[in-house]
Ligand binder design. Structure first.
Ligand code: FAD
Length: 284
C-alpha cells in the first residue's frame, strides 16, 4: 500500500457529478478524483441519451437542470471547442393506459410557453416510426437540447487539471476511515489522506456512504434493493439511423418496451424502461 501526500478534497467517482465537483473544488485546494474503472465516464455518464430536458426527473432535478442551462449555453473560454448544447425538441408519449399519468405530470409542470400537449396524429407526424395506434397522447418540450456529454466531461476534467487536480483511474475506494484531520481513503492500493471527501459514486453512492459508516442501518442500501449497479444496457439501431429525415426528429421517450411501439420492428436488444430515439435508441 502506497502512502500519498494529503489532499484537501478527494472526489469518489469519475462521472459527470465527480468531474464537475473536481473542477469546482480544484479552485479551493489540492484535489484528487478516484475512479474505480479504467476510464472516467464509464457508467451512467457514458450512457446518457444526452438530452437537457427541463421536464426530466423530479422537482429538484428540474431545478438543477434549469440552473445548469446558462453555464452550458455559454461555458467559460477554453472549456470546450464545440458548443455544449444544440437545439432538439423532446416528446414524451403515452399509450392510452399511461395517458392519465402523463397528463397529470404535464398539468403539474410550470407553464413556460414551450410545453404543448400533442394528440396521436401530431405525434405520428413528428415521429413516423411509432406504430400507428400505439401512442394516444404526449407532450412536446420545445426547449429541450442535445448535450455534448463527452465535451462537458472533458471540459470539467481539463479545468480541474489546469488547476492542478489529479485523476486516478482503476482505483476503487475500498475503505474510508475518520482521522483527526479528515479521512483516510484506501483506493487502488494507495492510502490517501483527505480533508474532505466528496461522494459522487452514482448508483454506488450508498455503498461508499456505508464504507464511511454514514449509511443508516434501518434502511437497506439502494444497491441491495432497487438499483442493480451492473452496467445498464443501451441499444442502437442502424436501420433507424438510415431513416429519412431522422436528424430533425425530436427525442422521443416513454416508459415502454421500444420494440413493441416501433413500426419497423427492427430494433433489438433493449429492455423495458424509458427509451429515447435521436438517430439511436436508449433505455434508462
Ligand atoms: C441510459 C441512460 C440515459 C440517460 N439519459 C439522460 C438524458 O438524456 N439526460 C439527462 O440529463 N440525464 C440522463 N441520464 C442520467 C445521467 O446520465 C446521470 O444522471 C449522470 O450521468 C449521473 O452521473 P454520476 O456522475 O452521478 O454517475 P456515474 O456516471 O454513474 O458515475 C459514478 C462513478 O462512480 C464510480 N464509482 C462507484 N463506486 C466507486 C468506488 N467505490 N470507488 C471509485 N469509484 C467508484 C463508478 O465507476 C462511476 O464511474 C441517463 C442515464 C442513463 C443510464
Amino acid at each position: 500500500m502506497t502512502q500519498s501526500a494529503g489532499h484537501d478534497f478527494v472526489v469518489i467517482g469519475g462521472g459527470m457529478a465527480g468531474a464537475s465537483a473536481l473542477a469546482e473544488m480544484s479552485r479551493h485546494g489540492r484535489a484528487l478524483l478516484v475512479e474505480a474503472e479504467s476510464q472516467t465516464g464509464y457508467h451512467s455518464t457514458g450512457r446518457s441519451a444526452a438530452i437537457l430536458a427541463q421536464t426530466y426527473g423530479n422537482g429538484v432535478v428540474q431545478a438543477l437542470t434549469r440552473a445548469s442551462e446558462p453555464f452550458l449555453t455559454a461555458p467559460p473560454k477554453g472549456f470546450s471547442d464545440a458548443p455544449l448544447l444544440t437545439p432538439r425538441t423532446l416528446i414524451r408519449i403515452a399509450r392510452p393506459d399511461q395517458e392519465p399519468e402523463l397528463r397529470g405530470m404535464f398539468d403539474g409542470l410550470e407553464d413556460t410557453g414551450l410545453l404543448r400537449w400533442l394528440d396521436a396524429e401530431e405525434i405520428a407526424r413528428r415521429v413516423p416510426i411509432i406504430r400507428p395506434g400505439y401512442a394516444s397522447g404526449g407532450f412536446l418540450n420545445a426547449d429541450a437540447q442535445d448535450m455534448d456529454v463527452h465535451a462537458m466531461l472533458q471540459g470539467y476534467l481539463r479545468t480541474a487539471r489546469v488547476n492542478g487536480a489529479e485523476v486516478l483511474t482503476g482505483a476503487p475506494v475500498t475503505a474510508l476511515d475518520r482521522t483527526p484531520g479528515g479521512w483516510r481513503v484506501e483506493a487502488g492500493g494507495r492510502r490517501l489522506d483527505a480533508g474532505c471527501i466528496i461522494n459522487a459514486a452514482g448508483a454506488w453512492a450508498d455503498r461508499v456512504a456505508a464504507l464511511a459508516g454514514l449509511w443508516k442501518k434501518q434502511r437497506p442500501p439502494m444497491w441491495n434493493s432497487r438499483i442493480n449497479s451492473s452496467r445498464r444496457t443501451m441499444a442502437s439501431s442502424v436501420s433507424l439511423i438510415k431513416a429519412a429525415g431522422i436528424k430533425s426528429w425530436p427525442t422521443c421517450s416513454s416508459r415502454v418496451v421500444w420494440r413493441s411501439m416501433c413500426s419497423t420492428g427492427r430494433v433489438s436488444g433493449i429492455g423495458s424502461g424509458f427509451f429515447a430515439v435521436v438517430g439511436g435508441v436508449t433505455n434508462f
